[in-house]
Design a protein around this ligand. Structure first.
Ligand code: HT7
Ligand code: ZN
Length: 844
């Protein structure tokens, strides 16, 4: 397979001055007629004219009105073109109804829709399908459907046709078309300069009642981007469409965002608090792309983090502002450790800006997105808020309408601050998670912290250079007072010492406050110090971190011996839970335990082969111990967590329900599910209904409620996804694969819909002990289904292959079984480039 390299970048020989497209829609034979004005690109002398095109039937092609016969391959066409401005015309036929890969133009429930990022436009017509080729688009859609949408502003519409014009030059990956029988939930927004924008959320008839929350989230996002970044919306309309068949969460097409219906549709009776929060964040994310991604786009796909890291960073800021900043920071770190750390420290490790790929779809990763956002957070911390704001203003002013690189991005910071960011740039080129060893010394009132950084070798990068690491540190005196408030230590060397003078006694350090860098802190410390920080740290993130470290310590001891839970941990949690001055959401996070996969990672790093079954037992035992230990307080906490007001998915109510759910989980271990059954009966929203059902399944007493839940929700596809998922997540380890297998035989297992496939196999992979059950049944089942899905939908198949990425952590028996499955997948005839690349990288 062909590997593409960053170092080989060359600009295209022509500029695209204008694009006109006409679509004659028909399920199996849609005609796409293109008229494209090209002119020579003054930046290069290379006039070779290659247009990308895949799975297209070319009917005719002409240059300046004269028919031409291009040379056609599986990747595109080549033809001699003038060294002067010219008009290219082509007519192609495509088959949207049989497009199961969900890239290009495809159909979902009778509706036409598109997905062009990263390289899907080439499945619609012949075009220089690369992000640095930007142009204005005019689109005419002919089709006998009530709603016909494309990017930009509506120009004209008649019976069976509509015309759209997008005045903002854009790359083809932001093209979109939607046509179908849809209904709109409409509203409007007046921008800061007084322009009125029509807002529509288009859904299938029957889903109208699930639109209000998404629309509010959109308006909040528009306002926030004006207030925070000075970014105003730039078209007369903003359309969002909900689609059931979608490979990812959502797509930021200019003026016409397309969303996986699970990421936009919400109602209190069908969606959980977590769903609402995620929807708000994704709507914000896609909206923010209008400036960071669309107005300023990427020069090539290696620069993906330019738009994704920045937009994730912006959507995190938005959520912090709308909800609780500490809770958002903690949940982001939990997510980073669960998804990005295993990637960065395993066979799929790659830099935030990768240097090569076979299939770009495989690089929409937690590293590019979430580590990319952390890198921006570090930059902001290093230069300060005012310089960050100035740099962003300069970025928008200097690069509006351009396709940019990470060099352009860093240059605005250099120009604003006068700093040299060449060492900082290693965050973009060096893969792997840096480890920070901490040593301390105290003498005569001076406290010295010596930090040493080290990054293990990663694929293709045996040697690492020191990175710039902002380490936020605070110091506490032995009586619990903060003697040195948060200070950012700027580490640039391999080993570096920092001193704090004038201290009366040896302080207790609080290191990496607010998770100021995506690194692993390695420090010899003891249980007592962690308990002290859990009680006294003023930094909410680091206080939580101290509790997390205690939980991890006790679980590691329990999973590797016959230890009992640490009294320091139980006492610390008890004290915190009792503290009603703390936000309920924060207390709920304190009650949470590290994920089982994360624990397996810790054991592996400590040189101990993790036993998934032993980890599962340790977690169950610790929960049982917590339940017994907190027995006297749980009813109070549960009562405190009840909400009297009508349901609202806001931070305050969601926090209470999260605390209630954490308490119910423990209560169910003592009462066999009695309280959960009562909550299930009384529930008037999905958050309470689902958390109760989860507890009942955990207590193995939920069969009746599970059946009732199905009956109640069998016509709601998004709720039925939850029904599939929950059963597998809650299955005992030795039953998980069997439960998943039985569910694949259920008539509602519509496996070609990615949401349903992910509901089953995402849940199986997420049930750590179940997936890694020593029978190997989990591995076998997943491999069977990956092989089955690949010919239809390579992108979703490739993503799901990541379930195997941590395989080298486990014992020889498990490794042998996984290797056999990886080899079986690799040997599948006609395996897609997507899955082929993933499997070969994972196999190593
Ligand atoms: N920019 C988008 C990334 C994307 C995508 C979305 C949906 C389907 C397939 C896709 N391939 C790439 C999503 C985002 O980051 O906003
Ligand atoms: Zn994005």
């Amino acid at each position: 397979p062909n590997t593409v390299y960053l170092k080989d970048y060359k600009s295209f020989g022509y500029l695209v001055d204008q694009v006109h497209l006409t679509f004659d829609l028909s399920p199996n034979a849609t005609r796409v007629t293109s008229r494209i004005a090209f002119s020579p690109n003054p930046e290069t002398e290379d006039r070779s004219f290659f247009l990308h095109g895949e799975k297209l039937r070319l009917i005719r092609a002409a240059i300046d009105g004269t028919a031409v016969s291009p040379e056609i391959t599986a990747e595109g066409l080549r033809v001699a073109a003038p060294d002067a401005p010219f008009v290219w015309e082509a007519e192609v036929e495509i088959d949207p109804a049989n497009n199961t890969a969900l890239e290009g133009l495809y159909m979902s429930n009778g509706m036409y829709c598109t997905q062009c990022e990263a390289e899907g436009f080439r499945k619609i017509t012949y075009y220089p399908d690369r992000p640095d080729v930007m142009s204005t688009f005019t689109v005419r859609i002919n089709g006998d459907l009530p709603v016909l949408l494309s990017n930009g502003n509506p120009v004209q519409r008649g019976e069976g046709w509509a015309e759209w014009h997008d005045p903002w030059p854009k790359p083809a990956y932001l093209f979109a078309l939607v046509a179908g029988d849809l209904v709109a939930h409409s509203d409007s927004f007046t921008t800061i300069s007084g322009k009125s924008v029509d807002l529509n959320l288009w859904v299938r008839p029957g889903d109208e009642h699930k639109c209000a929350f998404g629309m509010e989230a959109l308006k909040k996002s528009m306002k926030w981007d004006e207030d925070t970044y000075g970014r105003e919306y730039d078209l007369d309309v903003f359309n969002i469409v909900a689609v059931d068949d979608f490979n990812m969460g959502a797509m930021e097409n200019k003026g016409l965002n397309i969303f996986n219906s699970s990421c936009v549709l919400a109602s209190p009776d069908t969606s959980t608090d977590a769903n609402f929060e995620r929807i708000e964040a994704i709507i914000a994310h896609e909206y923010f792309h209008n400036w960071t991604g669309n107005r300023i786009t990427c020069r090539d796909w290696f620069q993906l983090c330019l738009k994704e890291g920045l937009t994730v960073f912006r959507d995190s800021q938005f959520t912090s502002d709308m909800r609780s900043a500490p809770v958002k920071r903690i949940t982001d770190v939990i997510d980073l450790r669960a998804r990005q750390f295993p990637e960065d420290n395993g066979p799929l490790s790659h830099p935030v800006r990768p240097e090569s790929f076979q299939e770009i779809n495989n690089f929409y990763t937690a590293t590019v997105y979430e580590k990319g956002a952390e890198v921006i957070g570090m930059l902001k911390r290093l230069v300060g808020d005012a310089a960050y704001a100035e740099a962003l203003d300069l970025y928008f002013a200097r690069h509006d309408g351009q396709a940019c690189t990470i060099e352009d991005w860093l240059k605005v910071f250099e120009d604003v601050t006068g700093r040299d960011l060449s060492q900082f740039k290693r965050w973009y080129s060096q893969s792997g998670t840096p480890r920070l060893k901490v040593e301390e010394e105290f003498s005569e009132g001076t406290y010295t912290l010596t930090l040493t950084q080290h990054t293990d070798p990663t694929p293709g990068q045996p040697d690492k250079q020191p990175q710039v690491i902002p380490v936020a540190v605070g110091l506490l005196s032995p009586n619990g007072d903060e003697v040195v408030p948060t200070r950012v230590l700027e580490m640039t060397e391999g080993t570096q010492s920092f001193t704090f003078e004038g201290l009366a006694a040896k302080p207790v350090p609080s290191i990496l406050r607010d998770f100021s860098a995506p690194v692993i802190v390695e420090r010899e410390t003891d249980t007592a110090e962690r308990a002290f920080l859990l009680a006294h740290d003023t930094d909410p993130f680091h206080r939580w971190e101290a509790g997390r470290a205690l939980a991890r310590e006790t679980l590691v001891e329990m999973a590797t011996g016959d230890a009992t839970p640490l009294p320091d941990y139980l006492d610390g949690i008890r004290t915190l839970l009792r503290d009603k001055s703390l936000d309920p959401a924060y207390r709920a996070l304190m009650l949470g335990l590290p994920g089982q996969s994360e624990l397996a990672g810790h054991l592996h790093e400590a040189g101990i082969t993790p036993d998934p079954a032993a980890i599962w037992i340790a977690v169950e035992d610790l929960k049982q111990a917590l339940a017994r230990d907190l027995q006297d307080m749980l009813p109070d906490i549960y009562a405190e967590a009840q909400v009297d007001a009508p349901y609202a998915p806001d931070a305050e109510q969601s926090g209470k329900r999260a605390l209630g759910a954490a308490a119910l989980d423990l209560i169910s271990r003592l009462d066999g599910g009695k309280q959960a059954a009562a909550q299930y009966e009384a529930a008037d929203n999905m958050t309470l209904q689902l958390s109760a059902l989860g507890c009942l399944l955990g207590a193995e007493t939920g069969d009746a409620q599970l059946a009732a839940f199905y009956d109640q929700w069998k016509d709601d596809r998004l709720v039925i996804d939850k029904w599939f998922m929950l059963q597998i997540m809650k299955a005992k380890p030795d039953r998980a694969a069997a439960v998943a297998k039985a569910l694949t035989e259920h008539p509602d297992f519509t496996w070609k819909t990615p949401n349903r496939f992910r509901a089953v196999f995402g849940a199986l992979a997420g049930n750590h002990a179940g997936f890694h059950d020593s029978s190997g049944a989990g591995y076998d089942l997943l491999a069977d289904w990956l092989i089955r899905l690949d010919p239809l939908n390579p992108q979703t198949t490739a993503r799901m292959c990541t379930a195997f990425q941590t395989w080298k952590r486990y014992d020889a028996g498990r490794q042998e079984m996984i290797a056999a499955q990886l080899d079986r997948i690799a040997a599948t005839p006609d395996l897609s480039r997507d899955a082929g690349e993933m499997i070969s990288r994972i196999r190593g």
